[in-house]
Design a protein around this ligand. Structure first.
Ligand SMILES: Cc1noc(C)c1-c1cc(NS(=O)(=O)c2ccccc2)cc(C(=O)O)c1
Length: 130
């Protein structure tokens, strides 16, 4: 069990670093905090499960992620929400969809570049045993 806790601690350190890098990127400013319902009053009528990078970071600290796949599922949720709420041909909608796709690509690239696959396999085994 101790070894498992060491593995999960290493995963959290790794995911915090990726989340911080994404949140520092000016391109992803609109994904850094929950969508402000004052600014976007109908948001929760359309988006049933909001997600953002600040919430992602707090989930890491609450040990919500046991493998990188779970973390990337929440990145995909940020992207899906942006695509669903901003579907139109307008320049603003295209802009945010483009930024959402860029966020996904950067997150996957960081994971692929910095996580060796047997570390992820170990994390998956821990998750599947729990
Ligand atoms: C995200 C999102 N999903 O649907 C929409 C629409 C957005 C979105 C929301 C906002 N305004 S906000 O007050 O909710 C906010 C400001 C700063 C950080 C996070 C949210 C701005 C923008 C923008 O492109 O500048 C986009």
């Amino acid at each position: 069990i101790c070894q498992e806790e060491n593995t999960l601690r290493e995963l959290r350190i790794f995911l915090r670093d990726i989340c911080a890098k994404l949140a520092r990127n000016k391109q992803f400013f609109m994904f850094t905090k929950p969508v402000d319902i004052e600014e976007v009053p109908d948001y929760l009528d359309i988006i049933k499960e909001p997600m953002d990078l600040e919430t992602l970071m707090s989930k890491i600290d609450k040990h919500s992620y046991i493998c990188a796949r779970d973390f990337l599922d929440d990145i995909d949720l940020i992207v899906r929400n942006a695509l669903e709420y901003n579907p139109d041909k307008s320049a603003e909608d295209k802009h945010i969809r483009h930024r959402a796709c860029s966020l996904r690509d950067k997150a996957y690239a960081f994971i692929k570049a910095e996580m060796d696959s047997d570390f992820e396999d170990t994390c998956r085994d821990i998750r599947d045993k729990r």
